[in-house]
Design a protein around this ligand. Structure first.
Ligand code: RET
Length: 244
């Protein structure tokens, strides 16, 4: 007799976390196929941007595949995989800003500032969520993480990146503006999930009755796929204007 491992576990109808992990995996996979296959239809200068969009959703798809499994089998929040995913994908989102602003003269020093700030934001967030989880730990590390987050918002909306966007074509300016809104509003979903999932003075948010992983999963779907679609419409649109 050979023993075998169950490849899939039963999904309870009220398992919203498991459901969003499952749907998240499929959505990220579909988005990756879309971005990769669209590469051949856009102008050469946009191919790298679309490749990065596809890599972001593809890396997320693989992590979601594991996170879905982890949740189903272990029954706990897959914090480690979550943060590995973010540490790979958020810097790639910084690369997207750099790529669209490159024509206006973006330097790699701007890219590194964005990448370092995002790594600080995520490592401090991980400390608060997984390492220093008692007392004032989560609130303190969450605050450090929030400061790094606001530094990113500052760079793209008021600082160096904004100055470059102002010098760019109307199409790039528009895309930059929408990506900024994703960071300002879409990324703000994550601190909400964090406040739900950790203990601190902000525990009143628990009254919303939301689950941390559901909030994170919704945030990822909006931000990763949304970011990619903004890049896609910039890339696809530039072809139209050329044809016209
Ligand atoms: C695809 C994944 C993305 C865009 C993840 C973004 C994550 C954040 C913007 C997380 C931010 C956090 C804070 C600003 C404070 C609390 C801790 C974090 C890490 C949840």
């Amino acid at each position: 007799m050979t023993s075998f491992m169950l490849a899939v576990t039963k999904m309870m109808p009220n398992d919203y976390v498991g459901f969003t992990f499952f749907v998240g995996t499929m959505a990220m996979m579909a988005a990756s196929a879309f971005f990769f296959l669209s590469m051949s239809t856009v102008e050469g200068k946009w191919k790298t941007s679309l490749l990065v969009s596809g890599l972001i959703t593809f890396i997320a798809a693989v992590h979601y595949y594991y996170m879905r499994d982890y949740w189903a089998v272990v029954g706990e929040s897959p914090t480690f995989f979550r943060y590995v995913d973010w540490t790979l994908t958020v810097p790639l989102m910084c690369v997207e800003f750099y790529l669209i602003l490159k024509a206006a003269g973006a330097k790699t020093s701007l890219l590194w500032k964005l990448i370092w700030a995002s790594v600080v934001m995520l490592v401090t967030g991980y400390f608060g969520e997984a390492v220093y989880t008692t007392g004032t730990g989560p609130a303190m590390w969450g605050l450090f993480s929030g400061l790094a987050y606001f530094y990113i918002v500052y760079l793209i909306m008021f600082g160096e990146a904004k100055a470059l966007a102002d010098k760019s074509s109307p199409a790039v300016q528009k895309a930059h503006g929408i990506l900024c809104k994703f960071v300002l509003i879409g990324w703000a979903i994550y601190p909400l999930g964090y406040m739900i999932g950790t203990d601190g003075w902000y525990d009143f948010v628990d009254g919303l009755g939301l689950n941390m992983d559901v909030v994170y999963n919704i945030g990822d779907a909006i931000n990763k796929i949304g970011f990619g679609l903004v890049i896609y419409s910039l890339a696809a649109g530039s072809k139209d204007t050329q044809a016209a």
